[in-house]
Design a protein around this ligand. Structure first.
Ligand SMILES: Nc1ncnc2c1ncn2[C@@H]1O[C@H](COP(=O)(O)OP(=O)(O)OP(=O)(O)O)[C@@H](O)[C@H]1O
Ligand SMILES: [Mg+2]
Length: 268
């Protein structure tokens, strides 16, 4: 498996001065399914926006599919490889119909009309939206339906990596189960930020745990989520579906080794 995302000693500070990410280092290979967890304000959304090329002026290095996000050209290129679904799905639905919204990305790639139609049809089907949805006004859809359209919009771009920010936040239990099924049918590398830890267990193999902008654990999903002291220390809880035996074992195993942080050269 080759490296798709490489983040080294990444620091980010918002323009008004708030430090949101500090000294993050991690690598992601093709095909990995990664959950991004942490308390409110940990930096999850910031990290996804940055990987999506939307936040310039960071220090350290971040590369996606070989494109250097420090450069404007790299940030522009990254849109061809990566699909980002925002925390508030309605923020990315801008057109008059569902069809136009999903077709927008493929049209921007300069694809021929027949290919655009083919991709829109396949993307809508993959998120369980039928033909009757195509002509509806995205603004009039329920929050869960809007999220499906937003996911279809990025799936239609055929990205190599999918970034989903809190995708279950407005889904009912059935919608959540359907999203698990939809993701199972999409064999794309992904990072999913979520407070819904059972959803993370269902959809991810590896977890990054952030707190106050720092990476505090990076490891197999069950091992991180079952470590009760670690989870409590960072404002989280062990999902109730994990057994007492798993909790005991993960807690005994202790914290997970992280990449060795050497002195970072970019105090932003
Ligand atoms: N546009 C912004 N300008 C300034 N500071 C911001 C901005 N967006 C987020 N922050 C700050 O950056 C930090 C990280 O926020 P971020 O939204 O990345 O957290 P999060 O982990 O996604 O939280 P949540 O679980 O609530 O979605 C917080 O301290 C937040 O207040
Ligand atoms: Mg967030």
């Amino acid at each position: 498996m080759s490296c798709l995302i490489e983040v080294e000693h990444l620091h980010y500070r918002y323009p008004e001065g708030r430090a949101a990410l500090g000294n993050l280092t991690f690598h992601l290979s093709h095909g990995e399914r990664v959950g991004l967890i942490g308390p409110n304000g940990a930096g999850k959304t910031t990290l996804l926006l940055l990987l999506g090329g939307l936040l310039p002026d960071f220090s350290g290095s971040a590369r996606v599919a070989g494109h250097d996000l420090q450069t404007r050209a790299g940030r522009q290129q990254v849109h061809r490889h990566l699909g980002l679904v925002f925390q508030h799905a309605e923020d990315q639905l801008l057109h008059a119909t569902v069809f136009e919204d999903v077709a927008f990305g493929p049209l921007n790639l300069g694809l021929p009309e027949t290919e655009v139609r083919r991709r829109v049809d396949a993307a809508l089907a993959s998120v369980g939206l039928d033909d009757t949805a195509r002509d509806r006004v995205p603004f009039h859809l329920s929050a869960g339906e809007q999220r499906r359209v937003a996911i279809a919009g990025v799936v239609a771009m055929a990205p190599q990596v999918l970034l989903l920010d809190e995708p279950t936040s407005d889904l009912d239990p059935r919608g959540r189960r359907e999203l698990v099924r939809i993701l199972e049918g999409l064999p794309i590398t992904r990072i999913i930020s979520s407070h819904n830890l059972e959803f993370v267990l269902d959809t991810c193999d590896r977890v990054l745990l952030l707190d106050e902008g720092r990476l505090v654990a990076d490891g197999p999903v069950r091992r991180v989520l079952a470590n009760e002291p670690l989870m409590l220390r960072h404002g989280l809880e062990v999902p109730s579906c994990l057994s007492a035996a798993e909790r005991h074992e993960a807690t005994l195993a202790g914290p997970l080794p992280l990449p060795v942080p050497h002195v970072h050269p970019h105090p932003h």
